[in-house]
Design a protein around this ligand. Sequence first.
Ligand code: GDG
Length: 472
Amino acid sequence: MSKTIIISNRLPIKITEENGEYQLSRSEGGLATGLGSIYKNGHNIWIGWPGIEVPPERQENVRAQLEALNLFPVFLTQEEINLFYEGFSNEVLWPVFHYAVTYAKFEQAYWDCYRQVNGKFRDAVTQVAEENDRIWVHDYQLLLLPEMIRVERPACTIGFFQHIPFPSYEIFRLIPWRTELINGVLGADLIGFHTYDDVRHFMSTATRLLPVNSSANMVVKKDRQILVESFAMGIDFSLFESLPATDAVREHVAALKESIGNEQKIILSIDRLDYSKGIIQRLQAVELLLQEHPEYAGQFSLYMIVVPSRDTVPQYRELREQIDQLVGNINAHYRTLNWSPVHYYYRSFPMDFLSALYATADICLVTPMRDGMNLVSKEYVASRTSNTGVLILSEMAGASKELNDALIVNPNNIGDIMQAIVTGLTMPAEEQQARMQSMRDLVKKFNIHHWVRLFMQRLAEAKKMQQDLLTK
Ligand code: GDG
């Protein structure tokens, strides 16, 4: 019987070490929830890196623990983590794909290791994959993998989905290994992105770099037809909708409201530490608001959560220092005895607390400079069971293509963000409700389960198309 194999850089698991023993717990992010219906069933499996360096003598033990959960590990050495993950993935592909090209370090050693580790993933796949299996590869760390698998298992059905944006050809062409990368992805039968703009960029890049033909959503490469389409990822709507009614979240909400008081509005911002997320611009907009509209002093606070991420990479360390400084300056200048404009937390919080923040915030401020989708914006909408609240959303986030009823801003225009905050702080309840209701309907309908179903359905159709072509 055929099976489905999911592959991503990280397995949906958290491994910690306690008293010399490894403890495994499932990490239920949105993707893991959506794909749970697949990989937890039957012979289906998920292949990926377990997230920590496991010494060779303990790998068999960890492997057995993981296999019991339908998870198959690809173990990486510290050097591979440095060169493949932190190096090529996060210091070449991430900055280039997010248009931060001056941050890119085109190191040959990074590339060599990227190829080597994609090869390691291929070896893991070929150990378990049979010709009739469906394989779904995820994200920019594994761009070479579809073609590597295709060589070994020509008849397999292979899908690829990229979670971050795809850049325009003029930017992508800067990468010294551009042709190999595109050829790698084109090993798939179906290539998915969050938005139609990403699809367009990919199509024009493929046709300019390679001798291929293309039509609206198809690349023809020798005897193969490859579909390239957009699949806007959704969230686990029912989880975010139900959490605010739980005791734990209600207690957090009550505590938050008591500490904030009734007069103040809450503006919420939640991101991983990343230069693509527009955290500095957000703070500048709040500073500008206090400069130009002193009447709002004491009327709101910005609750800003920045989740630590990649802080061994120099640009991330610098960004953290910039944030510390700007938050310090704003608070030093405007705080009073009983009011602080910015409450800044550099850490992650449990889901209950996040849900309480979403449920309490009058405004959610999401201003990335460039973002594949941005799930925080959708989680805020799903959490607003009261139908009130204002979402301010960057036009550079994939989510802005769907959430038209947000206040859409250009994150480079600080005055524009400031104006949207003023509009949000003064928006009548009826207008909030009308906007929120239509966004909630959309996020509910196009949820994570819908996304998984749609991708798998198109993958089956892409395969059928391929077979029809061969029998013609
Ligand atoms: C990539 C793309 C695309 C945040 N703080 C905490 C916490 N979170 C969770 C949020 C949300 C997730 O992290 C962040 O997702 P985003 O989509 O906003 O951003 P990336 O991490 O950059 O994700 C992005 C996504 O892939 C999916 O395709 O949308 O464009 O860059 O789910 O809730 N979770 C917990 N505590 C926190 O403090 N538990």
